[in-house]
Design a protein around this ligand. Structure first.
Ligand code: ZN
Length: 342
């Protein structure tokens, strides 16, 4: 046996770290947190073990817990006290995210990112203003107890262009309350440009935009909808979010967002779309973020609860894979646990 090449020579302890191609750092991780205006106490989220919705009064304490693990950045989601058809509480000066942000930026050094969308604030749960036809179908469904329309008809839900102005208002209100970066997630065509223009017009030229550029219409978001109470009341989001079958289209979405001024480009979800993460990373010089979503978290937690997986090992391996695929930033519910283990 004459083997010249033996890759295992490099795998010995002492050497393996020297030749390791990818390293996870706590500073790569962004921890999502949920601020809830409907509660005075922390409420556990059943489908996401270890995560809670917190009232505004607990927002600073929650951030301090996250920072204690070494994670330096959070992304805030809000559950408002009330919802309406246009989601007006999303840009209210005394809105739940705005109030929490003021406290967080006054009292901590965390880098505070905000999710910019309407689905948690609209009574219909869609990520924008309803298109007239969709509104009519929904009202009919409410009175008749069912949506008796064709699938093709129900796929159209949100009026794209009317939504743009509202997204600008939300982003501006977040920036005014101290957001360090805004992250539009509504998958509205033109959202990055509209938000950039509004922010610049209001003097927030230094607030970067992390765009959910390639956001798929994914079944892996399920547990998040428990957490943020943002499930659509009718229909689904396949009109505005991307078809999981497409990857070339993700590059087109990314190009459009770069043209409109996106500073960071996100792919969501992460693990089922690592090919997309890699292609986006190859396509652009901008930093790439990947969102390791609630379903990716919940399925590992469920298997670990049954004793079928070692949660610490699979969490780390998941994040390492996302980074290896090309993500610079990772939004993940594992942020605190993994950061602590590093
Ligand atoms: Zn949304």
């Amino acid at each position: 046996m004459d083997l010249t090449h033996r890759p295992r020579r490099l795998r010995r302890d002492g050497l393996r770290d020297l030749v390791s191609e990818t390293a996870l750092q706590a500073s790569d991780l962004i921890a999502p947190m949920f601020v809830d205006a409907t509660t005075d106490e922390r409420e556990p989220i059943e489908s996401m073990p270890g995560h809670e919705r917190v009232p505004v009064s607990e927002a600073v304490a929650r951030v301090e817990e996250i920072e204690a693990t070494g994670v330096e950045s959070v992304i805030l989601f809000g559950i408002p006290e009330s919802k309406d058809s246009r989601g007006t509480r999303a840009w209210a000066e005394d809105g739940v995210v705005q109030r929490a942000l003021r406290r967080i930026t006054d009292e901590t050094d965390v880098f505070a990112i905000t999710d910019v969308c309407l689905c948690e604030y609209t009574d219909h749960g869609h990520c924008g203003v309803l298109d007239d036809g969709a509104r009519e179908r929904w009202e009919r469904a409410e009175t008749d107890g069912g949506v008796a329309t064709s699938e093709r008809e129900t796929s159209l839900t949100v009026d794209n262009d009317e939504t743009l102005e509202l997204l600008g208002k939300i982003a501006e209100s977040h920036a005014a309350a101290g957001a360090d970066m805004v992250a539009p997630s509504s998958a509205t065509d033109g959202m990055v440009g509209a938000i950039r223009e509004t922010l610049d017009g209001a003097g927030h030229t230094d607030v970067p935009i992390m765009s959910y550029a390639a956001k798929y219409e994914s079944a892996f978001y399920g547990p998040f909808r428990d957490a943020a109470d943002g499930a659509p009341a009718f229909g689904d989001r396949r009109h505005y979010q991307m078809d999981p079958a497409n990857a070339d289209e993700a590059l087109r979405e990314v190009d459009l967002d770069v043209e409109q001024g996106a500073d960071v480009l996100m792919v969501k979800p992460a693990l089922p779309y690592l090919d997309v993460v890699q292609r986006v990373d190859e396509r652009t010089d901008q930093p790439v973020a990947a969102y390791n979503v609630s379903g990716e978290y919940a399925m590992l937690q469920a298997a670990a609860e049954k004793g079928w997986l070692d949660i610490d090992a699979v969490a780390r391996e998941s994040l390492l894979s996302i980074k290896r695929a090309g993500a610079d930033l990772i939004l993940t519910y594992f942020a605190e646990d993994v950061a602590e283990s590093l």
